[in-house]
Design a protein around this ligand. Structure first.
Ligand code: FRU
Length: 451
């Protein structure tokens, strides 16, 4: 059948990843190898709703321009293909290598009893690998590599822990319980310990990250499916949280985030499923968040992760609107007639500002209350951190999503919206008080499909 998708349907995101057709959910198996970012995703190849879980595949040189490739993991007699991760096995610990490329290995959940072919089977953890740098994949004949621990255990995230020369897996068990395992070769796994994360389920992530600006201080971060995270220490056997569970994103549509394995320059790049977006009448359903870079920073409340859009978004910049100072007092400032409504906006709110500031973008209203130190959008409210200096604001707007980053990414909102019929416009107003905006910079973006 000829594929007529032109990626320009009315509600089609223009710089966020969507499946060409049909349903997607969690990002899976994120890895970088030889100049290419690979993105796999939970996919229903046969319908607009969740089901028939299969791993879709897409690649990008810059995290902005994506090309969807054929699906890689199809349901089999062990189950449908639930979420998981990827690693580059540089030291060939799996002995899967054939030829010049290190093996690249996907670690995924086979969800038994979710299809007629897997009737009566349980949920197990399995491997698939590529010996050609990530383009063709085969399932490991010795699957499963980790038998069922709890009936619906799933979503293995694996990393290489160099000091102990072990692979470390964090896995969702059930309830609010997760576990850690270790392995010398990805094929045999020993349990380490369990981890409790209040109100959290599914899709854990786990990685080491250096403190911003420091070359010799790092921490370990463990993230749950809802984006909440612990910061702590890890000695190869035990992860010790040293914080409470911290909110990672305040938006209604941030779920199952995962970070890249082997990203260059030590970058920690995260993509989430924007769970819950609506796309009536479209041939696809659901989108990914725009990739963000994570940093570990010191704040008055202790260590925190910040999330900011990857710099590669600049490849889409078309036209800049810049105003060095905008004073607002019971008035508003509007940029009408934006070409296609795709926006990367940033500004700073001067510290002496007070009152309520409202952004209205394509009918969406984001309110900063400088008195109470909060941001509100789509019925959710996020507290700002007690920081001095100007308040930095960044907003990305695509046809059906709005991502807000305040205080250099320390507060983020990942959200979807359905555009109203208004002509795209960007308005900022002071609802009360006196607000001084500095370095108002609005970039109109091109579509990643054409630009
Ligand atoms: C999270 C999740 C995972 C599971 C996958 C199935 O959204 O429920 O726990 O592996 O989706 O599609």
């Amino acid at each position: 059948m000829v594929d007529t998708t032109d990626y320009n349907e009315t509600l089609r995101p223009q710089f966020h990843f969507t499946a060409r057709k049909n349903w997607l959910n969690d990002p899976n198996g994120l890895f970088y190898y030889q100049g290419i970012y690979h993105l796999f995703f939970q996919h229903n190849p046969f319908g607009l709703e969740w089901g028939n879980m299969t791993w879709g595949h897409a690649i990008s040189p810059d995290l902005v321009h994506w090309q969807q490739l054929p699906n890689v993991l199809e349901p089999d007699e062990l189950g449908t293909m639930f979420s998981g991760s990827a690693v580059v096995d540089w030291e060939n610990t799996t002995e899967f290598q054939q030829g010049g490329h290190p093996p690249i290995v996907l670690i995924y959940t086979a969800a038994g009893n979710t299809s007629p072919a897997s009737e009566g089977k349980s949920f197990t953890q399995c491997l698939a690998y590529s010996t050609d740098g990530g383009y063709t994949w085969q399932k490991y004949p010795g699957n499963p590599v980790l038998a069922c621990v709890r009936p619906e255990n799933r979503d293995p995230k694996v990393i290489w822990h160099a000091p102990s020369r072990r692979w470390i897996m964090t896995l969702y068990l059930d309830g609010n319980e997760f576990a850690f395992f270790s392995s010398p070769d990805l094929k045999t796994w020993s349990p380490l310990h369990t981890l409790f994360a209040p109100d959290s389920i599914e899709c854990p992530d786990f990685f080491e990250i250096s403190l911003e600006g420091s070359s010799n201080f790092s921490k370990w971060v463990w993230i749950a499916g809802n984006g909440r995270y612990y910061i702590g220490s890890f000695d190869g056997k035990h992860f010790q949280p040293e914080t409470n569970l911290i909110v990672g994103d305040y938006g209604p549509n941030c779920y199952a985030c995962q970070t890249y394995s082997d990203a260059p320059e030590g970058r920690r790049i995260q993509i989430a499923w924007m769970r819950g977006g609506k796309y009536p009448g479209m041939p696809f359903n659901q989108q990914m968040s725009f990739p963000c870079e994570l940093r570990l920073v010191q704040t008055p409340l202790g260590l925190r992760l910040s999330r900011l859009p990857v710099r590669e978004i600049e490849t889409l910049y078309i036209q800049r609107h810049y105003y060095s100072e905008i004073p607002l007092q019971n008035n508003s400032f509007t940029l009408p007639n934006l070409n296609n409504g795709l926006i990367d906006f940033s500004c700073q709110i001067e510290p002496e500002s007070h009152g309520r500031l409202k952004f209205k973008i394509h009918g969406q209203e984001v309110v900063f209350d400088l008195h109470s130190g909060t941001i509100s959008y789509q019925g959710q409210t996020a507290p700002l951190l007690p920081l001095s200096g100007p308040l930095k604001v960044r907003i990305l707007v695509d046809r059906t999503s709005l991502e807000l980053f305040a205080q250099d990414g320390l507060v983020s909102f990942t959200s979807c919206y359905l555009p109203d019929s208004e002509f795209p416009e960007f308005m900022v107003s002071a609802q009360s008080g006196h607000i001084q905006i500095r370095d108002f910079t609005l970039w109109e973006l091109g579509s990643a499909w054409t630009h």
